[in-house]
Design a protein around this ligand. Structure first.
Ligand SMILES: [Fe+2]
Ligand SMILES: [Fe+2]
Length: 284
């Protein structure tokens, strides 16, 4: 992601039916999360079963994922104002922020308890993260919903594939439990945005397809390029076969098409002025 705000039109109030549908979607998501998905960092991880001799490359990747999660204040600070008049989305992000805050904490705890990092090293990482501010890649709330849909599935995939690597490399019951719990959260986030984008497709198919095209044809994960040693960190992720373009295409791009009942033709880049104007007409 460039981190640069793409110029898009200011938001207009949305159709009241859409707002009501989004709020119902959030309440359903929230009720399910309260009932089935709450977990405790202190109680639910077998902390006495960290594998102190796990491959160091895995610890490096855990630290990178922790860094991406640590940008949470920027994610929330930018995304809440964009959604403040849309209660279903604003309340979702309040809950989302709570869940995401646990992800960086639990990964940091594992890095320290497993002996792969010291508290001082984690303080340095935070310093590095907060030296640069993350900005929204898209100024339009609906395009951001499409971006977050893609990013949540890609994030789920990162954790899920790292879990496979940990199992292959001798295992670590504490880290495996962490990656399982976090990836269930990420999958639930993806599912929320999938349902939201389905509502938008029903309401304005062409405008939503254009928003999706902007995102999926030029996607990159948030914030990974912003750290001092980003190039090396991204290379480690590729080396462990966790994420690269081919993996993105097969395990993110194609599943998104399938889950939204779309075809590749629907998302082929188009530059017709008419379609750009459709999105630029105030739809968010
Ligand atoms: Fe997360
Ligand atoms: Fe997430």
């Amino acid at each position: 992601m460039s981190g640069k705000l793409v110029s898009e039109p200011p938001l207009k109030p949305e159709n009241p039916e859409i707002l009501a549908a989004l709020y119902r979607l959030f309440r359903d998501f929230f009720d399910k999360a309260e009932k089935h998905r709450r977990w405790s960092i202190r109680e639910d991880i077998p902390w006495d079963q960290c594998n102190k001799s796990l491959n160091r490359a895995i610890a490096d990747v855990v630290e990178t994922f922790c860094a991406v999660e640590l940008y949470l204040p920027d994610y929330l600070a930018k995304v809440i104002p964009q959604n403040r008049a849309m209660r279903g989305r604003a309340w979702f992000f309040a809950n989302w922020g709570y869940e995401e805050s646990k992800h960086s904490m639990v990964l940091e705890d594992w890095l320290i308890k497993s002996g792969h990092r010291t508290e001082e090293q984690m303080a340095d990482l935070q310093h590095d993260v907060f030296a640069h501010e993350w900005n929204l890649p898209h100024g339009c709330a609906r395009t951001m919903a499409c971006y977050t849909l893609t990013q949540e599935l890609a994030t789920w995939l990162h954790y899920n594939r790292l879990l496979d690597v940990v199992r292959r490399e001798g295992g670590d019951p504490a880290l495996q439990k962490i990656l399982t719990l976090v990836s269930v959260d990420e999958r639930a986030h993806f599912d929320f945005f999938r349902r939201m984008v389905m509502i938008y497709l029903e309401y304005d198919r062409e405008g939503t397809l254009e928003a999706l095209r902007r995102v999926v044809n030029d996607f990159s994960m948030p914030a990974v390029h912003m750290l001092a040693d980003s190039r090396m960190r991204m290379e480690e992720v590729k080396q462990l076969r966790i994420f690269d373009y081919d993996i993105y295409y097969k395990h993110v791009f194609e599943p998104i098409l399938e889950k939204l009942n779309l075809t590749k033709k629907d998302l082929r880049r188009r530059s017709s002025r008419r379609e750009i104007v459709v999105l630029g007409n105030g739809h968010s």
